[in-house]
Design a protein around this ligand. Structure first.
Ligand code: URA
Length: 216
């Protein structure tokens, strides 16, 4: 059978389910090819279900895939540090990813799983989960961490480098505002000479987010 050119998670979403029911249903999602990768599990969002602030990353990494929780690996540790510096308590936020499965290739030795960037059709296939999460949480502000999250909610033409740190209206008349910033792993990848500066810019964007949700 030819592969579906427009894969989607939509048939796997139970109508009017709350977040715990969505998370349970997402475990059985076969909406795109990533669910067929060996050894992965769905990593759904988690956090405060009444959050005013939602963070959306790219996809779970190796550590997240093992633990079944978003942003608990190296990028998550960096995010935690930056949140603290920006005065944001992660416990008051909801954290999720644009894509709910870890996409990877195996290293030459077959011992390491190497992150692979999700394709546009995989991002689009997973979007119904993200939209459902936002519809249930109804945050005041959604922070898009990096290009994949931005592509999911704002479309492929959106450029994080040009728009980062700006408070924007959300798409489709949603009540939430949107702010894009870099992905925390961009800080980890930066070379030593620029890492402090890249990190400082990330914290500055998070401070903008904190001020936005603290203003009436
Ligand atoms: N990177 C992401 O985008 N999300 C995670 O959960 C972990 C790393």
């Amino acid at each position: 059978m030819a592969p579906n050119p427009f894969p989607t998670a939509a048939p796997f979403l139970p109508p009017s389910a709350d977040i715990p029911a969505l998370a349970t249903a997402a475990k059985g999602c076969r909406g795109c090819d990533l669910a067929e990768l060996p050894g992965t599990q769905t990593v759904f969002g988690e956090g405060n279900l009444d959050a005013r602030l939602v963070f959306i990353g790219e996809q779970p990494g190796d550590v997240e895939d093992h633990r079944g929780r978003p942003f608990v690996g190296p990028a998550g540790k960096l995010l935690d540090r930056a949140l603290e510096e920006a005065g944001i308590d992660r416990a008051n936020t909801y954290v999720t990813n644009a894509v709910k499965h870890f996409k990877f290739t195996m290293s030459g030795t077959g011992k390491r799983r190497i992150h692979a960037t999700p394709d546009a059709y995989e991002i689009s296939a997973c979007k119904p989960w993200v939209v459902a999460e936002l519809n249930r949480i109804r945050p005041a502000l959604v922070v898009l961490l990096g290009a994949t999250a931005a592509q999911s909610l704002m479309g492929g033409a959106f450029r994080v480098t040009r728009m980062r740190g700006q408070l924007l209206d959300g798409p489709n008349g949603s009540n939430a505002r949107i702010m894009a910033t870099i992905h925390p792993s961009a800080v980890l990848r930066a070379d030593e000479t620029s890492r402090d500066q890249v990190y400082g810019g990330f914290v500055a964007d998070l401070r903008t987010a904190a001020a936005a949700i603290n203003s009436p």
